[in-house]
Design a protein around this ligand. Sequence first.
Ligand code: UDP
Length: 236
Amino acid sequence: MTGYNRVLLKLSGEVFGGGKVGIDPDVVQRIAHEIAEVVQTGTQVAVVTGGGNFFRGAELQQRGMDRVRADYMGMLGIVMNCLALQDFLEKLGVDTRVQTAITMGQVAEPYVPRRAIRHMEKGRVVIFGAGMGMPFFSTDTVAVQRALESRCEVVLYDKSGVDGIYSADPKKDPSATKFDELTYDEAISRGLQIMDQTAFTLCSENKLPMIVFGMADEGAILKAVRGEKIGTLVHP
Ligand code: UDP
């Protein structure tokens, strides 16, 4: 394995908050450093951020909110993570553009896929925010859609708290075992909960590999980009 030329990195909201609500600047700075290292190698990077450190629509629905409105709140939360990451990347001298699926001209460009590709070709990191701009989606699925449309070769998923895909949730089941590799058919038939099934299906149909890992492992992004063994590789 020789590594990848263009990757899409999906960062969970949880990692931005360091496990709490809001943003932990120290953590975001560390992530920015790791992304900067990758950019220096010449690999083109796009990022999709989650927003679970602010709001998850499904959780707010359980507490009595209208799902659609709650999902829009979720999408707005995601944008705050994008802006924080942009800030730390630019402090490191990495040119960055945020593109949002919900137009907000004062803080970000609108989502224009061809322009996003052009930014990456120029060495800029493109951060896709506000999810798909539509309720009822998760950012895991958005990551696949953006990776496909911007012609990335792989989706790298940070899943905070775990270092790959396990046969069951390792926090609840101590007998759970980690997979080094899986096919999409296996992942779907086992009903693995770590990822949205839609994300698995979309990757499978379009033959896009994914690597699932945890950011707790220092230098994880660079290792994944270089094609070193890390986390779990899921392939067609
Ligand atoms: N969301 C949405 N549409 C999208 C992407 C996200 O409605 O296309 C909302 C949804 O409420 C979700 C929240 O934004 O719960 C935060 O995203 P997600 O839960 O995927 O973040 P993560 O779990 O990665 O932190």
